[in-house]
Design a protein. Structure first.
Length: 350
């Protein structure tokens, strides 16, 4: 039997590498969408577009009459009637918040196209390695679901509330980060396959799963903090308004409702659970380093340290927009680094 030539192996390995690079590019777009989503939330722009038009909504209003019609629709929802009407919102003010929500949705559409079209191309050319087709289709389906979740979130603030449900906001953010993590994990599997045709997909180890669950809880309370504007209840650190446990916590009918909906308690949990998450991720980083993935270890430690400092600075600044946006952006980088670290300890090496 003739051994395969180096050129033949290179040609066979090219396809997994091409798919892996494409997935990382899509993951970068998801990261961008998370950042713009943070700006949308912090500028209170999320309810400026009151209709869901997946295709025609890609084109913003172009004429003065079209802008006035979009503004008229916005003026019918509680956010305008109860808050922005009293502030004397002008058409220019509306156009500012409209831009951020439109850009957020536009990036979502771009992600859909950037994922679906190459996927079809790779499938037609039979370039997808065996066992990965279902994973790519599942990621595509999750992307479509994320669009529906986005509208489900927005719709919660169009009739009764003056803002979106913080529960739905959390689902929207966590789904985006899960998709980003899935893209990165799959890309890493494909890079390994390109290096060795016999490489098996990495396994999710118990240590990695535990660290990810701890991080998931921290991210969820971060979303609750954003959705409830709970960051504004205290601008001091480490104490909250001169108290370790803040004054002002109110019983809201049940333990879960209080833990998840009281701004003081949500802020308190997000602030101190961060140290539990830090310990879990530092442990994961040490394990990744022992596994030979020094780059993943450095990425986790760097992203986590930066995130802690940004969290403190954001609180002390009174939720300054640039710092708050950076806090959400680096939070997404923590997810990416954690995915890399979890993957590295689950690789089955020869």
């Amino acid at each position: 039997m003739t051994a395969p030539t180096a050129s033949a192996f290179s040609a066979a390995a090219y396809r997994p590498i091409a798919i892996a690079r494409w997935l990382l590019a899509v993951a970068a777009l998801v990261f961008l969408m998370v950042v713009v989503g943070g700006i949308t939330r912090l500028t209170e722009s999320g309810l400026s577009i009151t209709q869901w038009k997946p295709i025609t909504g890609a084109i913003p209003p172009l004429t003065h009459d079209q802008w006035m019609e979009a503004f008229r629709l916005y003026q019918q929802i509680p956010e305008y009637k109860q808050i922005n009407s009293a502030r004397g919102m002008t058409l220019g003010d509306f156009q500012f918040i409209f831009f951020w929500e439109w850009l957020h949705r536009l990036i979502g559409r771009l992600i859909g196209v950037a994922f679906a079209l190459p996927l079809i191309w790779f499938a037609v050319r039979r370039a997808i390695p065996r066992g990965y087709g279902w994973r790519l289709v599942a990621l595509l389906a999750l992307g479509g679901l994320q669009g529906a979740i986005g509208w489900w979130m927005v719709s919660s603030g169009l009739s009764v509330r003056t803002d979106v449900s913080h529960y739905r906001l959390a689902v929207h953010l966590l789904t985006a980060l899960f998709i980003m993590g899935g893209l990165i994990w799959t890309a890493l599997d494909l890079f390994a396959l390109a290096r060795s045709p016999s490489a098996a997909p990495a396994k999710l180890k118990p240590l990695a799963l535990g660290a990810m669950l701890v991080l998931l809880l921290q991210l969820m309370f971060g979303a609750f903090t954003a959705g409830l504007d709970a960051g504004y209840v205290s601008n001091t650190w480490p104490l909250m308004n001169d108290h370790l446990v803040p004054e002002g916590i109110s019983w809201m009918g049940s333990l879960w409702a209080t833990v998840s909906s009281d701004p003081y308690l949500v802020h308190f949990i997000h602030r101190w659970w961060a140290w539990v998450a830090a310990f879990a991720l530092f442990t994961l980083a040490r394990r990744a380093k022992r596994s030979g993935a020094r780059g993943a270890s450095i990425a986790i430690n760097a992203a986590l340290g930066t995130q802690i400092l940004l969290g403190i600075a954001t609180v002390i600044s009174g939720i300054a927009l640039p710092l708050a946006v950076l806090h959400q952006a680096v939070g997404a980088l923590v997810v990416a680094a954690t995915t890399w670290g979890a993957y590295s300890i689950g690789v089955r090496r020869a």
